[in-house]
Design a protein around this ligand. Structure first.
Ligand SMILES: [Zn+2]
Length: 400
């Protein structure tokens, strides 16, 4: 790829370079040179680009990612996406690209007021939870040392709470719905732990989630916006509150059909005009901020946990409280493409619960056919803690 990305600097220079560039503001990448680099990468891109200029190159859809060749000369690690949009794809990055993705993920912290030694707890996929006596992961970045412990979003809330009250982290990060689920299911206070900043990510942060997290931790919530395919796209700024986009590392186009992203640091399996499902708009007024990266607003996020009732009203996943029914062990709610609802559940005495569950579901989502299915649906798509999903198209049923 053309060497505009900071990945071509020594890893020790990544943080200072990303900080300096954020302050200086972006320079426009040479799109013709970028197209040349993509043509040189593979026959796949040479054919795809042909003689077109930048805007004439067809956007790369998610279903096409598997066809993008991977540079055989590069040591590549594969990651599966979480499948927020309905199915998973495998993304390949080299070791160095993975490390750079972390550097980009940590970029907002270059502007946080945090001590030189930061303790952080990160909510990740899974059921495991670190013990406070486990050794942390160490990471040096931007003049700070980060000591990190991980907890699974499906772990016992009591174990996560124990980790938090023992470590007293300044920073909590991780999967937004997992942090919400933890707060909802915990009957213990979090406000005195001393958490200064919560940085949720991985999912569109609903306003009610932001309020819940702010109130629970008495901490500042600074959201992050990214995707598994591209890495960190934008981050909420502690100075101006807006979302600064990492446009110096990922070329972003606010296409009305969905954001197009071209990561400039990826050369193993590069993505050219990759279409993410989110609709974003560039803010027209520049932020009055020390960070000079342009800011954007997400107007419609790709997500699959919006349930829409028969009147077209969108319902928050937080509104479903089926676990209050005695005897119910687990549940998962899915909305099919035709709008019908399937409630998968496990219970000690399933038959006696059916009626109450159906009544609760009909009351929560009026105007939709309801089907109750015993046995917990094992979601093949997505490892995140999500009890609610939908295949109902947001295009025909606009959210908000
Ligand atoms: Zn700012």
């Amino acid at each position: 790829m053309i060497p505009t990305s900071a990945i071509h600097a020594a890893p020790a220079d990544w943080a200072p370079t990303l900080k300096e560039r954020a302050r200086a503001g972006p320079t426009e990448p040479d799109r013709a040179a970028l197209l040349e680099a993509f043509r040189a990468h593979s026959e796949f891109y040479a054919r795809r680009i042909g003689g077109a200029d930048w805007s004439g190159v067809p956007p790369l859809e998610k279903a096409e990612v598997a066809n993008v060749p991977v540079d055989p000369a590069i040591d590549v690690q594969a990651t599966r996406t979480s499948g927020t949009t309905g199915y998973q794809v495998t993304i390949c990055n080299s070791t160095s690209e993975r490390e750079f993705r972390r550097a980009l993920l940590y970029r907002p912290q270059l502007f946080y007021a945090l001590p030189d030694e930061v303790t952080q707890v990160v909510f990740v996929d899974g059921e495991g939870c670190a013990s406070p006596s486990d050794p942390p992961k160490w990471f040096q970045y931007g003049g700070r040392v980060y000591q990190t412990w991980f907890c699974g979003v499906a772990a016992d809330p009591g174990a996560i709470w124990q980790l938090l009250i023992t470590l007293r982290p300044q920073l909590v990060r991780g999967i937004a719905s997992g942090i919400v689920r933890f707060i909802e299911s915990l009957a213990a206070p979090l406000k005195d732990i001393g958490v200064q900043i919560v940085g949720p990510g991985g999912e569109y942060l609903l306003p009610e989630w932001r309020d819940l997290i702010t109130d629970a931790f008495r901490a500042r919530v600074l959201d992050r916006y990214g995707s598994t395919e591209t890495g960190a796209l934008a981050w909420q700024c502690p100075h101006c509150d807006r979302y600064h986009a990492n446009v110096d590392e990922i070329l972003l186009e606010a296409d009305p059909g969905g954001l197009l992203a071209t990561p400039l640091f990826v050369s193993s399996q590069p993505l050219l005009r990759y279409r993410l499902g989110d609709v974003v708009a560039w803010d027209t007024r520049a932020a009055d901020c020390v960070v000079q990266l342009p800011t954007l607003t997400i107007t419609r996020a790709r997500r699959d946990d919006w349930i829409t009732d028969g009147q077209g009203r969108r319902l928050s996943p937080l509104g479903f409280q089926f676990e209050e029914l005695p005897g119910l062990k687990a549940w998962r709610l899915h909305q099919q493409a035709d709008g019908g609802l399937q409630l998968f559940f496990e219970a000690e005495a399933a038959d006696s619960l059916r009626e109450a569950l159906a009544a609760a579901l009909t009351a929560a989502v009026p105007g939709r056919p309801v089907e109750l299915i015993e046995g917990l649906w094992k979601l093949e798509r997505g490892g995140k803690f999500k009890r609610v999903s939908s295949d109902l198209s947001p295009a025909t049923n606009p959210p908000r």
